[in-house]
Design a protein around this ligand. Structure first.
Ligand code: NAD
Length: 494
């Protein structure tokens, strides 16, 4: 059911890191769109918190400029109505200053939904939660949202979860993975569980393998400092790619209730076959981009030059072959790859069905390609099913592979909301279905940790790949040695 204004009571949304990159690129534009869609009730407040000594007016001026840059055609009166809800409080978390000002701002509003959004460095997650507790700012109807990365390992994630858990109850903690807010990702659940067509085929008897690719053309841009401490495994695989894998592979949940969905995702993570040191070598590839060409053709620098460093062991590319040890998926490989400075910006999930058991067509009809379902997350969200049909015209039967294509932009003539719009709405309404539970995060680390440990003990650097390509050649070999290939739309016949 679409959101309705009358279902939403006035709330206070407190955005720590209100002057940061995520706030100005994603959170403020998403909130503006909620305002535009008339989904922010009268009296609701957005309280931006950061270090800078802004007044309310100075912050609004800053936000106005940024919003104009990030919104295609903002409407002046909606923009002003939106900005008028925003106020600003200066808090320096490191110096432990400004908490009284925040307390004063929130005083008298204890009965409304109070949502803290921590859009700051993860080093501050613990100190902010502790300070919110000490200053009695945690109310009954309160919640906290934290951004990735949640820890750098299972151990640090558990510590962080404990620190936050000392102040907030699990049903108040919203661990955001913005991939889960993408329309197509939710459509994956609709496709599987709102149609009778796919579920009977969704298993090892009918599916040959599954691919999950999240490819970026950008390098590390201005985020090299953070990225070099994380790498593609922590930045992308531990959260986004494993979450996508869960939604593809999970059993039908009892309902869309948060814990029903999260219980099923957890079972998938627990069933992931762990990789021992020898299988890390054969089933994973880590790479780092060298200089090359961008997708537009201009020259681009290497990762080390982007970083301004002489050496780094950090991977900007990961490919891996995973197995889910359960009845549904036994023997079905899941291939994943993600990286920066790759040939094309594309995120997609490919379900490759098995070959027909027997063909009744003569060899002259052409080769029978097995069915393939391609779920595209970006750039243009949609679902495409590759099927065989008879090529039109008289004469002998000739078979041809064509896509049954549904682009969401064409199917629905509506603006495609950004994931953050949906997720911010869910935070206010207290719906945790699309947020990660503590045990999920920790189970994902259980699979990732041994790989990171093995890589860390390996003195060889990540394999180099030329910027603008599909990663190291060994990632192609990873799938081709099994007699399969990475899906590439440009190689499809139609
Ligand atoms: P950023 O460095 O651009 O912004 C950090 C914010 O924290 C700024 O508003 C800064 O003023 C504030 N800050 C810094 N020191 C402070 C202090 N001592 N006291 C109070 N405030 C202080 O970071 P970002 O890119 O916006 O990322 C924020 C969070 O979101 C991080 O956890 C990051 O990992 C996560 N994230 C960011 C992106 C992205 O695209 N930027 C994507 C996914 C997740």
């Amino acid at each position: 059911m679409p959101d309705k204004l009358e279902d939403i009571a006035p709330f206070d949304l407190v955005v720590f890191g209100g002057t940061g990159d995520l706030a100005h690129r994603k959170l403020l534009p998403a909130l503006y769109h909620r305002e535009q869609d008339n989904l922010i009730p009268e009296g609701a407040r957005i309280i931006a918190v950061s270090r800078r000594p802004f007044s309310d007016e100075q912050y609004r001026d800053w936000a106005r400029e940024n919003l104009k840059e990030h919104l295609s055609e903002p409407c002046d009166h909606i923009l002003e109505r939106f900005l008028n809800r925003i106020c600003y409080v200066s808090v320096n978390v490191r110096e432990n200053l400004g908490w009284q000002d925040l307390s004063a701002k929130l005083a008298g509003f204890e009965n409304r939904t109070r949502a803290f959004y921590l859009s700051v460095s993860p080093d501050f997650f613990g100190p902010i939660c502790a300070a919110l507790g000490e200053h009695n700012l945690v109310t009954e109807n309160c919640r906290v949202t934290i951004e990735k990365p949640i820890g750098k390992s299972g151990t640090t994630a558990r510590l962080l979860n404990e620190t936050i858990g000392a102040v907030f109850k699990e049903d108040q903690i919203f661990r955001i993975d913005h991939y889960l807010g993408k329309e197509t990702v939710q459509n994956l659940m609709a496709l599987r569980f709102a149609n009778v067509l796919f579920e009977p085929l969704w298993n090892a008897a009918h599916i040959d393998h599954i691919q999950i690719s999240v490819a970026e053309t950008l390098g590390v841009e201005g985020r090299g400092g953070y990225y070099d401490t994380a790498g593609a495994m922590r930045d992308m695989v531990q959260n986004h790619l494993l979450q996508l894998l869960c939604l593809v592979a999970m059993e039908p949940p009892e309902s869309m209730a948060a814990d029903s969905v999260r219980d099923e995702k957890l079972k998938v993570l627990k069933a992931l076959k762990p990789l021992d040191p020898a299988s890390v070598e054969t089933n994973t590839v880590r790479g780092q981009y060298r200089s090359g060409a961008s997708s537009e053709g201009g020259a681009v620098k290497s990762y080390l030059d982007d970083l301004g460093a002489k050496s780094s062991q950090t991977e900007t590319f990961v490919a891996a072959k995973l197995e889910i040890a359960n009845w549904r998926w036994a023997g079905v490989p899941f291939y994943m790859r993600t990286g920066k400075r790759l040939a094309k910006r594309v995120s997609e999930i490919v379900i490759q069905f098995r070959q027909l058991p027997h063909s009744i067509f003569p060899a002259t009809a052409g080769q029978l390609a097995s069915n393939k379902l391609v779920i595209r997350l970006q750039p243009d969200e949609g679902v495409k099913m590759q099927v065989m049909i008879k090529a039109p015209g008289p004469g002998n039967m000739r078979l041809k592979e064509v896509p049954l294509d549904m682009s969401f932009a064409e199917a629905f003539q509506v603006r495609n909301p950004d994931a953050y719009e949906r997720l911010l709405g869910d935070i206010i309404r207290g719906n945790q279905t699309l947020f990660m539970r503590r045990d999920e995060v920790e189970a994902a680390w259980n699979w990732v940790d041994p790989i990171l440990e093995q890589w860390a003990s390996d003195p060889r650097p990540p394999r180099g790949y030329t910027a603008g390509t599909w990663g190291p050649s060994s990632s192609i070999a990873l799938i081709e040695r099994d007699g399969r290939t990475w899906h590439d739309d440009e190689n499809e016949c139609c």
